[in-house]
Design a protein. Structure first.
Length: 336
């Protein structure tokens, strides 16, 4: 491909799977979506175009494929160029995810610090201690990703609770959410040590408001840190990966079902607002008893729901709102 044609041609690139091998390749049979995840990088001196590709299957989970599983096609709708197809033998430099240098990443971990997290799990540990241990393992695993990963670990509770001395009974601030440090920074270990020494004390759990604040921070298109601007006559900068991980053992606190529904819908409208918000990947992790278990434990006529929490003493410390967490929030999300 001549370098003078690169700029006009990259707008017509179509990436697709080689369907002839679909029946013989179990991985390909699981593919539901193939996309170019960031604007192609053009190098006119070497007449090359660099693409980053994402392949996902059911529930938006990544599917590992090799270079022979792809072909690259140039859109044939233009009369100026002949239709071109580039097979795997013509790739100049293929890298799988483990070999490729990952783009920068910003990850916010939202840790529920409501009082119910002081309860114990099946192993006898407090839920918040087990959660902190899991976050430590996550930080260690992220260290292998590379130096361009920044992390913010933010405990959250609810809105201001009158008369409470708990520092987490206020909605988290943008300043708290924006305390990013590189994943290899010792500050994360110190921060987790401090959290482990504290006791969860928030009297409410504001799932939707806390997540909304994090989404607004990362989705702010005017923030060049998360959304770097392209400079004229310069190769496009790699777009950072933006992620939120929310870990909770409960449910969103509201005065009524109507209020809970209204606040949930406010969150959903935010997540559907614009393109920048759609680039944020959200993981939700529920930490509690399954509704079916609580049905047997409390003699309910059906699996436990939010409505049952108000009627049965003790249920509020065991119920995790799978109905709200499992569907997750928006298209780019995962439930664990």
């Amino acid at each position: 491909m001549e370098s003078t044609k690169i700029t006009s041609v990259i707008r017509r690139i179509i990436l697709s799977l080689l369907l002839v091998n679909a029946l013989s390749s179990p991985a390909q049979a699981l593919v539901e979506k193939v996309e170019i995840t960031q604007k192609p990088v053009v190098d006119r001196n070497s007449s090359t175009v660099t693409l980053r590709v994402k392949v996902t299957g059911k529930n938006n989970k990544p599917v590992p494929l090799e270079e022979q599983d792809f072909s690259l096609k140039i859109n044939c709708n233009s009369r100026r160029y002949n239709c071109q197809e580039i097979g795997s033998k013509e790739w100049k430099d293929w890298k799988n995810p483990k070999e490729a240098k990952p783009p920068p990443a910003f990850i916010i971990v939202l840790l529920d610090f409501s009082g119910s997290m002081k309860g114990t799990d099946s192993g006898g540990r407090t839920k918040y201690a087990a959660a902190i241990q899991a976050i430590r393992g996550f930080v260690d695993a992220l260290s292998d990703r590379g130096p361009d990963t920044e992390l913010a670990i933010v405990p959250f509770g609810g809105d201001e609770y009158s008369g409470s001395s708990c520092p987490y009974d206020k909605l988290i601030s943008s300043a708290q959410l924006n305390r990013f440090f590189y994943v290899t920074d010792e500050k994360h270990s110190i921060h987790l040590d401090n959290l482990e020494d504290r006791k969860p004390c928030a009297q409410t759990t504001n799932l939707y408001g806390s997540l909304s604040k994090a989404v607004r921070l990362l989705g702010n298109s005017d923030n060049s840190r998360f959304h770097p601007e392209e400079e004229e006559n310069e190769p496009p900068k790699p777009q950072p990966k933006l992620s939120i991980i929310m870990l909770s053992d409960g449910y969103h606190t509201a005065d009524s079902e109507a209020q809970e529904e209204e606040e949930f819908q406010d969150l959903m409208r935010l997540l559907e607002r614009d393109e920048e918000i759609g680039k944020i990947t959200i993981h939700t992790l529920g930490y509690g008893r399954k509704p079916e278990y609580l049905q047997r434990e409390y003699g309910l006529s059906r699996p436990a729901t939010r409505q049952d929490v108000r009627k049965h003493a003790g249920l509020e410390n065991e119920f995790v709102d799978r109905e709200r967490l499992q569907p997750c929030y928006g298209e780019n999300c995962y439930w664990h």
